[in-house]
Design a protein around this ligand. Sequence first.
Ligand code: FAD
Length: 456
Amino acid sequence: MSESYDVVIVGGGITGASLLYILSKYTDIKRILLLEEYGSFASLNSNSNNNAQTLHFGDIETNYSLEKSRETKEEAEIVIKYLSMLPKKDYDMITKKCGKMVLGVGEEEINKLDGIYDSGLKHIFPGLRKIGPNEIARLEPNVMKKRAIDEKVEALKSDNGQMVNFRNLTNSFVKRAKAAKIGRINVRLNAKVLSVNGSAGDFNISTHDRTYKARFVVFCAGSYSLYFAKMLGYQKNLSVLCVGGNFYTAPKVLNGKVYRVQEGGIPFAAVHGDPDITNQHITRFGPTVTIYPELEKGKPSTMFDYFKTFNFDLATSASLLNILANKDIRRILWNNAFYDLPGIGTSIFLKREVSKIVPSLRPKDIMLAPHMGGIRPQIMDEKKKALVLGESKTKEDGVIFNITPSPGATSCLASAIEDMSYICDQIGARIDLKAVEGTLVNKETMPITMRKLKNW
Ligand SMILES: Cc1cc2nc3c(=O)[nH]c(=O)nc-3n(C[C@H](O)[C@H](O)[C@H](O)COP(=O)(O)OP(=O)(O)OC[C@H]3O[C@@H](n4cnc5c(N)ncnc54)[C@H](O)[C@@H]3O)c2cc1C
């Protein structure tokens, strides 16, 4: 006989684990199951080797709109609240404060920075300040060392810098979910979901050895969430571009995070440099931007699933053409086309990207790190013929699909709170709103999240 659950979560990255935690801690849902394909949690994008380890606040992400910055700030603050409840030992394993700035090089970028700062960013982030070459040199000496004397630089400096080991954060969610629940919560590793069918209240979810029954299913399977949506007949107007991001490593040359200016509306950050939270003797530069025809990076067997998900037809082609008509996207893709090539790629990456941040580095100082990097599933909306900035969430009867490019790790708890609200409404479960408000969400400072919670 198959096991029955109220909620089954597919995917044990940070999105699935944070939802497991939120449902366990703040609702009276009794039977919850999390299924993960691999033998450990956070094996893919949520693994710290594969992402940029940044808790995004929206203050130095120059491609965000002001609205997106406000929302991201709230989302990051929920993570900060969670972290503040942890014992010091756990906290130290997950996160570290650090310096953070976005660097403008040359007149055009400096004008852009000034414009963004004055148009409202300074009001959302009162601690954000403009700094010039002398202060930059004091905070990050290698950013100014060997820089041409006549090269103009300016930076926006933030006090909110926070590096996060998202894998350890994922494990912390699972551990605390298990501790919180009095009812039955199960987690199954090495449990790849192969198929799903049924409808609200009665889904069948099959792995290689079992079939589970669920009243509600949440797909937190990264790029595979869209694959399953299509399997169930949803999201026909969405397609996905899998944007790979690789990293180069160098000896320690930066004290904190140094981001570069990115064009507004582009859904991925510009190359930046920062210390690796798992090895402070290393500075990482990246991520690069390469389109892969795979749902999982470095796994050619996922290519077939990718083409099923991509759904190549007239509408997809029209969207693709429209996206490629954007000259900034074309420029980014063209520049990045060479960065992952062995040998010559290193010199080009250094010249075009790294030397803008640390001018003194030489090709022999940096190395492409083949074991690092992941895939950002960037959603193409065929109705808008455009790339969607940030995460995509679709709520249907009895099912949610979460697709999570950057800053998906930062928004994990905000996303889980929104999912909790919808799930409880659908299956008639109760939320301990007082506990949520008392610990994670603050009425006064988090109106966007509260609105999502109040919909319930
Ligand atoms: C290069 C790069 C840099 C990034 N930098 C940042 C950053 O600095 N800050 C930030 O906030 N975000 C960043 N992101 C985004 C962030 O990493 C992701 O949004 C986040 O990790 C997504 O978590 P997830 O749990 O949704 O997906 P994942 O971590 O990819 O987890 C999905 C899980 O689903 C499982 N799964 C898939 N299919 C199945 C199946 N059939 N059955 C069972 N399980 C399945 C997978 O094994 C996997 O464990 C970055 C991403 C990339 C690629």
